[in-house]
Design a protein around this ligand. Sequence first.
Ligand code: DAK
Length: 259
Amino acid sequence: MSETALVTEVLHGHVACWTLNRPKQLNALNGALIAALGKMVEEVQQRDEVRCIVLTGSGEKAFVAGADIKEFANFNSAEGRELAERGQRTLFDAIALSAKPFVAAVGGFALGGGLELALSCHVRIASGNARMGLPEVTLGLIPGYGGTQRLSRIIGRGRAMEMILSARMIKAEEALTNGLVSKVVEREALLEEALKMAGKLAANSPKALQAAIHAVQASGSPEGYEVEIDQFGRCFANEDFKEGVAAFLEKRKPEFPGR
Ligand code: DAK
C-alpha cells in the first residue's frame, strides 16, 4: 500500500493494523476515506491470513475528529439521508457485523462519526488523553452513523441521552467507568496494548468469533436467544470445534483452521 494511502495496513501475524491517514484534518472522515475503509472491510472478509483488525488514527491528537464538516456543509435533507444510509451500510454496519473482530485503539479525540466508528468496533481501548463525544447537536445535526443506537446499547440509554443532548466530551476514565472502553493505557502503550488484545482474539477459533459476534449483535432483539441457539448449534459442524476439543484433550494449544 502506498505512503499516501488513506488507510495504511501493517500485518502482525494474523492481526492487521489499519491506520487512518489524514493527520492534518485529525483523520476526519471524508467520502474517500469512508469508501476506502469500507472496501477494505469487505475485502478482509476473504483474507484467511487476517483474523482480527486493529483500527487506529495517525498522529498524536486524534483517533478521528468526526465526519468531515467541510464536505457536508451544503447538503440538503435528501443528500444527508442518502449519505447516512450508504455510510451506515457500507462501513459502520459492515464493521459491526464483520465476521472478524475489530479493536479500536482510541488515542486523542474520537468525536461524532469518529466515536461512531469506534462504537462499531467490537472492542475499544483508549489512551489517557482520549476525549470522546457526539457533538452533532452543536452543528444542528444528530449522530447519523449509528451513534444514537450503539452508544445507548453500550453505556445505557440514560447516559447516552445525556452525552448526545449535551454534546459533552468525556475523558478516558469516565469512558472506562461507563463501559465505553475496556481499558485505558498510556498514549505510548496504546498500539502495543491494542495489538496484544487483538492477538488474544486472533488466537481463538475464527468460526467461533464469527458466531459470537453474530449472537452478541442480536442481544436485546426479540430473536437474540434464538440466534444464540442457532449459532451454538452451527459451531459443532466446524473443524475449529474438533480441533479445539482435540487440543484440550491432548493438553496442547489449538491450531484453528478457521473452517
Ligand atoms: N472536519 C473537518 N476538518 C476538521 C474536523 C472535522 N470534523 N476536525 C478537525 N478538523 C481540522 C480543522 O479544521 C483544522 O484544519 P485547518 O484549519 O488547520 O486546515 C485541523 O483539523 C486541526 O484542528 P484544530 O485546529 O481545530 O485543532 P484543535 O486541537 O484546536 O481542536 C478539536 C481539536 C477536535 C476539538 C477541533 O478540531 C474540533 O472541534 N473539531 C470538530 C469536531 C466535530 O465537531 N466533529 C464533527 C462531529 S459531527 C452525516 C453523517 C454523520 C455526520 C455528519 C453528516 N451525513 C450522513 C450527512 C457526523 C457528524 C459529525 O461527526
